[in-house]
Design a protein around this ligand. Structure first.
Ligand SMILES: *Cc1c(COP(=O)(O)O)cnc(C)c1O
Length: 363
C-alpha cells in the first residue's frame, strides 16, 4: 500500500488552483481590481473588532442577520422578492455548491453540466462520489436546448450545475433555457451559478425571477467578484426553504465564523459603493471585447468581468509572452483560447500593449 493511504481516485491528482504569481498586472482569477474604500475597510474593522470581544462563544449557527441582509440585497433583482428563509450562505459559493452535492449527490447519483464549464464542478462530484456527466455547448458557447433536454432525460441527474454567465466563456443563459432544464430535471436540483450575475449586460435577466415557478431551482451568488470581497470568503444561494433546510443537515457546525458574518454584514452596508465600480468594469469589458475583435481575434460575447478570446495555434506561448511582460492572464477554456479578467483602465492598457508586442514577435 502506498503512503499516505489516499483514496484510489485521488492518487497523483494536483490540487486545483490558478498560479498565484507576484506580477504587476494580475488578470487571471476574475477578481475585482478595486479594493474596498477606506471608509468601508474601517467599517469592516470596527465590526470585526466588536465580534472579537465575543469570540469565546460559537457564532450564530443560523446567521439570521446575514441571511436577512442577503435576502434584502437579492430582492433588488426579482419582482417577487426573496425571504431570509430562502437564503443560505457559506465560505464562498464553492462551499455552498459542495454542500449541495453533499446533500443531493452521492454514490449512485449523477451531477451534470455542459462543457466548457467551471473547472471546480467535477471536483465537487469526485469529492462526494457523485457520477459526473458533461454535455456540450454549441460553437458560440450557447446551449443546444434539444441536446440539453435529451441528456437530462437520459441521465436523470440529481444535480445540474449551470454557470450563468458561464465561466470561462462569459455566456449568460436565457430564462427559457433555465425553465426548460428545471422542467426536464423532474425532482433533480438545477443550480444556476450566478457568480458573475452583477456584471450581466442590461436586458439580461437573473434566474432569481424564476424561483417562485420552480421548487427545484437554486440560484447561487458570491461576494467574491462584483462585491470585491474574494478574501472574505462569502458565497450564498437563494432557493426554496426546503432546500436550505436540507443543506443544514450536511453543513459543519458553526461553519460561518463570527468574523466572516461581521465582515459580510459590514460589506453589505457598503453595497452601493462596492457595486458602483461594476458599471465601470462592464464598460471596460465591452471596450476590451471590441478591441480584441478589431485585432482580428475571436471573442465570446461576455456578460461577465472577463473575456475569452482566441484562437492561437500555441496559446501557451502567448500566455507566457504576456507573463514575460508582467501581465498574468489565464490559460483555460477550449484549445487555443485564453481568458483575461477585466481590470482597471491602466491594467487593460498594459494588457493590450503586451498582447500587441507578443503577436508581433510571434509572427
Ligand atoms: C469565481 C467563481 C465562483 C465563486 O467562488 P467563491 O468560492 O465564491 O469565491 C463560483 N462559480 C464560478 C463559476 C466562479 O467563476
Amino acid at each position: 500500500m502506498t503512503w499516505p493511504p489516499l483514496r484510489e481516485e485521488l492518487r497523483g491528482v494536483e490540487p486545483y488552483g490558478a498560479p498565484q504569481l507576484d506580477v504587476p498586472v494580475q488578470l487571471n482569477v476574475n477578481e475585482n481590481p478595486y479594493g474596498p474604500s477606506l471608509a468601508c475597510a474601517a467599517d469592516i474593522a470596527t465590526a470585526v473588532g466588536r465580534a472579537a470581544t465575543t469570540l469565546n462563544r460559537y457564532p450564530d449557527r443560523e446567521f439570521v442577520e446575514l441571511r436577512t441582509a442577503l435576502a434584502a440585497y437579492l430582492s433588488r433583482d426579482t419582482p417577487h422578492g426573496v425571504g431570509a428563509e430562502q437564503v443560505w450562505a457559506a465560505n464562498g459559493s464553492n462551499e455552498v455548491m459542495l454542500q449541495l452535492l453533499q446533500a443531493f449527490g452521492g454514490p449512485g447519483r449523477t451531477a451534470l453540466s455542459f462543457a466548457p464549464t467551471y473547472s471546480m464542478y467535477p471536483e465537487y462530484a469526485r469529492d462526494t462520489v457523485t457520477e459526473w456527466v458533461v454535455g456540450h455547448r454549441e460553437s458560440d458557447f450557447s446551449l443546444d436546448l434539444d441536446h440539453a433536454r435529451d441528456l437530462v432525460k437520459e441521465q436523470q441527474p440529481s444535480v445540474i450545475l449551470l454557470p450563468s454567465p458561464n465561466n470561462p466563456t462569459g455566456t449568460a443563459l436565457p430564462l427559457e433555457a433555465v425553465t426548460l432544464l428545471c422542467e426536464a430535471a423532474g425532482d433533480g436540483i438545477v443550480v444556476v451559478d450566478e457568480a458573475y450575475g452583477e456584471f450581466r449586460r442590461s436586458g439580461t435577466p437573473s434566474a432569481l425571477e424564476l424561483l417562485p415557478r420552480h421548487r427545484n431551482l437554486v440560484v447561487s451568488r458570491t461576494m467574491s467578484k462584483a462585491f470585491a470581497l474574494a478574501g472574505g470568503r462569502v458565497g450564498y444561494l437563494a432557493a426554496a426553504p426546503e432546500i436550505c433546510d436540507a443543506i443544514r443537515v450536511v453543513r459543519l457546525p458553526y461553519h460561518l465564523s463570527a468574523v466572516t458574518q461581521a465582515t459580510a454584514l459590514a460589506a453589505l452596508r457598503h453595497a452601493p459603493e462596492l457595486l458602483g465600480r461594476v458599471d465601470e468594469l462592464r464598460a471596460e469589458r465591452d471596450a476590451t471585447v471590441a478591441w480584441l475583435r478589431a485585432q482580428g481575434l475571436q471573442v465570446a460575447d461576455s456578460d461577465a468581468n472577463f473575456a475569452l478570446f482566441g484562437t492561437f495555434p500555441d496559446r501557451h506561448a502567448v500566455w507566457q509572452g504576456l507573463l514575460d511582460r508582467g501581465v498574468l492572464i489565464r490559460e483555460t477554456g477550449p484549445d487555443g483560447w485564453l481568458r483575461v479578467s477585466i481590470g482597471t483602465a491602466d491594467e487593460m492598457m498594459a494588457f493590450k500593449q503586451a498582447l500587441i508586442e507578443v503577436r508581433t514577435s510571434n509572427e
